[in-house]
Structure formats: C-alpha cells, structure tokens
Design a protein around this ligand. Structure first.
Ligand SMILES: NC(=O)c1ccc[n+]([C@@H]2O[C@H](COP(=O)([O-])OP(=O)(O)OC[C@H]3O[C@@H](n4cnc5c(N)ncnc54)[C@H](O)[C@@H]3O)[C@@H](O)[C@H]2O)c1
Length: 358
C-alpha cells in the first residue's frame, strides 16, 4: 500500500485531466468526484477511474470543454443534452436545475442524454440533500448485468441513490449498484490479485465464478440478490427501472445499445443517460428530519446477531471512512494502483503523485 496526502491525490487527478486539454473547472469537478470516492471508502470509483476518463478524452470519445444545454423544460422537469462533456460537468449542470425547480415547485426531475461516466451516484444525490432536499440520482452504464436466466449481459450496473437530510446532523445515504457489486469492485480484486466472492459474477457458461479476471473478461455480473433462488430478479428489475429513468426517458444510448465496458477509450462516445431528482420534504408532513433521525438511531441500536458487528444505517460506512480519511489527511492506494498512476504520470508528462510507501 502507499499513502498519499488527499490534497496531493486531488492535485494529481486534476493535472492529468488538464494535461489532456480539459479546462480547469471541469478538471477540478471531475477530480473532486474521484477524491470523494476514495475519501468515502469507494476506491473503485476514485483514482481507479481516472485513466478511463483520460483515455476517453484522448480518443475523442468525450469532449470535456463542450457546454451542456437544456432541450426542453417545464416548471418541474428538464431534458438536458450533456453534449458529451465529462460526467461531473453534466451532473452538476443537471442537479442544479433539479434543485432550483424543487425549490420553486416542490419537485425537480431532470433527465440527461449524451453524457459520460459520472462516478458515485450518491455524490449527486448529496448535492440536493445539502440544500435541504431529498436527492435521487440514477445513471445507466455499459452492459454488464446478466438478466436472471441469461448467459449474456443486457443492462448496466445502473446505480440508484437516495440521500436525505435528517435532523441532529444525520443524513440518510443510500447509494448502490443494482448488480451485486459495482464492476469497480471486481477491478479492485484484480489489482490485489484476489478472487471474488460467489454471487458476484458469471463465467461464459452462465455459472458463478470466483475468478476476478475471468469475471471481468466475461462482463456478466449477477444482479443484486444473485441467482433466481435468492431473488436476483429483483436486482434485475431495479436495473431495468434505472434504465427506464435514464436512457429510455432521455433518448441516450440504453441497455444493450451502450458501448462495451472498456478502460481504453474505445467504442466512440458513450452517450450515457442520467436522471436527477430533487424533492422538498417540506411539501409533506412536518417532522420529516426528526422521524428519519429517530429511525436511523433505532436501527443502529438493534441487538446485533454478531456482537462485533453493530447494525448500521445506510451511509454509516461512508461517513466513517470519510472521518478516518479526514483525520489522517491521506488516502491509501494498493501498490498496483500506485504503479499504474506513476505510468500515467509519465505518459501525460505530469508530476507524479508524492507517495509514502508502507
Ligand atoms: N457511475 C456508474 O456507472 C456506477 C455504476 C455502478 C456503481 N457505481 C457506484 O459504485 C459505488 C459502490 O456501489 P456498491 O453497490 O458496490 O456499494 P456498497 O455495496 O458498498 O454499498 C451500497 C449501500 O449500502 C450501504 N451499506 C453497506 N453496508 C451496509 C450495512 N452493513 N448496513 C446498512 N447499509 C449498508 C452503503 O452505505 C451504501 O449506501 C456507489 O457509489 C455507486 O454509485 C457507479
């Protein structure tokens, strides 16, 4: 493992994006999305994703300096063309609209086409929660989910997120892939040269595999819930719901029409679809925040089946990870990640990250 000051990792990611021609603000916003994932304990969506974005820009699949635009809007909805900008630029643009409309009408619902990978879905829902609203964010992704009974993938890992502000400093934070795990978790197992647990992915014959490399090459992740006997079809249904909100509503690429998952910028523009929703809880019964806090505190106080593993509320893991990172002021990366970042620095002629190896 290697330790890097959080500010240094952010500097490196911003510099790499700028080195391939991204304007400063767009580079900073995309790098911020990545460092937040590393900070909140989701390394699969942090520095691990940087090279994908860089390669998409170099190949011309993503045009980071374009401007997103509104194609159609009503008092509480908007349809946005991201115009092939980076996912963070598109997501800030669209969630800002959803928040504005929710403040005016109680709800803002925005769909986006022509976008690129936008990282941790929860980061975008959090943007609305920071303004006192219930935030929801969804995105489609390259086909990686094998529908229940299928040997082939047809939907993405399509994450959904709901973040809501509660009272006494609490926040409800649910952010989850609709596959058993995000594909990035399989990539992290590959980086560590470790197997994957059962229930994550299939081999080319449609059987479960524990081989991370085979799982990545096959690209058939199991839906949330796993196989049919453990109700994996519900995860499949949720992934389809996310696609309905994203690609099918926005007119972006959808499901099996999205380019294959790749780190190399191949396959042309991704033309991904997102959906952002903001809802004002003040439109409903008074006391929303208090009831939410009371519920979360009740869950945490339930007697755990294993005394060493207390019951958590959604988001507790991320909050704890962020507290630890902030306390240390550093993020940690596996050796393979440090090495590939050094190679990227050389390729882009960017100052490499200052790393303290363990
Ligand atoms: N942009 C994309 O294309 C894309 C695709 C897939 C996933 N993602 C992102 O990948 C990240 C990881 O997704 P994931 O599904 O692997 O996350 P995960 O399984 O680690 O966590 C999912 C949710 O479960 C909660 N949780 C975890 N353990 C818990 C426990 N014991 N009790 C209660 N709640 C618990 C977490 O707080 C979180 O809200 C997310 O940020 C997601 O948005 C992005």
């Amino acid at each position: 493992m290697g330790k890097v000051a959080t500010s240094e990792a952010l500097r490196f990611m911003t510099d790499c994006l700028k080195a391939v021609g991204t304007a400063t603000k767009a580079a900073q916003q995309q790098a911020e999305l990545l460092i937040q994932a590393d900070r909140m304990g989701h390394p699969s969506h942090g520095l691990n994703r940087l090279e994908l974005y860089v390669n998409d820009i170099i190949s011309g699949a993503c045009c980071p300096n374009n401007e997103p635009k509104i194609l159609k809007e009503s008092a509480s909805t908007a349809w946005v063309d991201a115009n092939n900008v980076l996912g963070a630029t598109a997501s800030h643009f669209a969630m800002d609209i959803a928040v504005r409309k929710a403040k005016q009408t109680g709800v803002g619902w925005v769909t986006v086409k022509g976008s690129n990978h936008n990282g941790m879905a929860g980061w975008w829902a959090q943007k609305a929660a920071d303004k006192g609203l219930i935030g929801m964010a969804f995105t489609n992704t390259s086909p990686l989910l094998a529908p229940t009974r299928s040997k082939k993938s047809a939907l993405g890992t399509n994450p959904l997120s709901v973040v809501a502000p509660a009272s006494k400093g609490e926040t409800f934070y649910l952010d989850m892939a609709t596959t058993a795990v995000a594909v990035g978790k399989i990539e992290m197992q590959m980086r560590k040269d470790e197997p994957i647990p059962s229930g994550w992915a299939q081999d080319p014959d449609g059987k479960e595999t524990n081989d991370a490399q085979l799982a990545f090459n096959t690209g058939c992740l199991m839906p949330l819930g796993g196989g049919e006997k453990t109700s994996g079809y519900k995860g499949y249904g949720l992934a389809a719901m996310v696609e309905l909100f994203c690609g099918i509503s926005s007119g972006s690429n959808y499901g099996h029409h999205i380019r294959s998952w790749s780190h190399s910028g191949q396959g042309g523009p991704a033309n991904l679809g997102h959906c952002f929703v903001a809802v004002d809880p003040e439109c409903f019964a008074p006391g929303f925040g208090d009831r939410l806090t009371e519920s979360m505190q009740h869950w945490r106080q339930l007697e755990p089946a294993d005394p060493n593993l207390p019951v958590l509320a959604p988001g507790d893991k991320e909050k704890k990870a962020a507290q630890i990172t902030d306390g240390k002021g550093t993020v940690s990366y596996v050796k393979q990640q440090i090495d590939s970042s050094a190679a990227l620095a050389k390729r882009l002629k960017v100052k490499p990250m200052d790393v303290e190896l363990d």
